[in-house]
Ligand binder design. Structure first.
Ligand code: ZN
Length: 215
């Protein structure tokens, strides 16, 4: 199975990715994880990426592609395929991924686009609360603590992280729409896109995903 999971911040990609991995035994390749791995292990690619990050610059597309495809060459992906998450992020990266797959005689099976309206995304993104002491995660709508503002596990204070406020949330959604949404058109034209309602209850969303993957 060679699949990509797309969706704006707050669409619930992490949760659905975990379910997909569990059901289909496919490696979950998250770009965040690969970057951290390369940097931690001091690989050449990691060092290059680190230089850009240290300067506060975006890692260039070609380097992102190199780091991602390098990971796809590992045995687990060669045997089982992959569920990509966080890559590709731009049409250019998508084209490079297609070239890479074609060069190895493969193609994408499906691209899952988790769709959630902006009002719902805002509610999800700004409702998160994190325990200052133990890091446990809550949500004022979805996973409320027993006592408002207090961690169930350790009694610590629950705070809103700076990147969960409204302005930042709006900005993250805008960046996604501008940069990544064109990918949806790209994959639609390629005939591999499955639009999934990410605002439905978790089980229902997962049901739609499995139906699309097994089509
Ligand atoms: Zn706590």
């Amino acid at each position: 199975m060679r699949t990509i999971l797309l969706g704006p911040p707050g669409a619930g990609k992490g949760t659905q990715a975990d379910r997909i991995v569990e059901k289909y035994d496919v490696p979950h390749i998250s770009t965040g994880d690969i970057f951290r791995e390369n940097i931690k292990n001091g690989t050449e690619l990691g060092k290059k990426a680190q230089e850009y990050m240290n300067r506060g610059e975006l890692v260039p597309d070609d380097l992102v592609v190199e780091i991602a495809t390098d990971r796809l060459l590992k045995d687990d992906c060669r045997e089982k395929g992959f569920l990509l998450d966080g890559f590709p992020r731009t049409v250019y990266q998508a084209e490079k991924l297609d070239e890479f797959l074609a060069a190895h005689g493969h193609r994408l099976d499906k691209v899952i686009d988790l769709e959630v309206g902006e009002a719902e995304l805002m509610k999800r993104l700004t409702g998160r609360r994190v325990c200052k002491v133990c890091g446990a995660s809550y949500h004022i709508v979805n996973i409320p603590p027993a006592r408002e503002g207090v961690c169930d596990k350790c009694g610590g204070e629950l705070i809103q992280r700076a990147d969960d406020n409204e302005e930042t949330a709006k900005n993250r959604i805008d960046v996604y729409n501008r940069e990544t949404a064109p990918l949806v058109d790209y994959y639609e034209k390629a005939g591999v896109l499955a639009r999934i309602d990410g605002a439905a209850p978790l089980e229902e969303t997962f049901g739609s995903i499995t139906a699309a993957l097994e089509e």
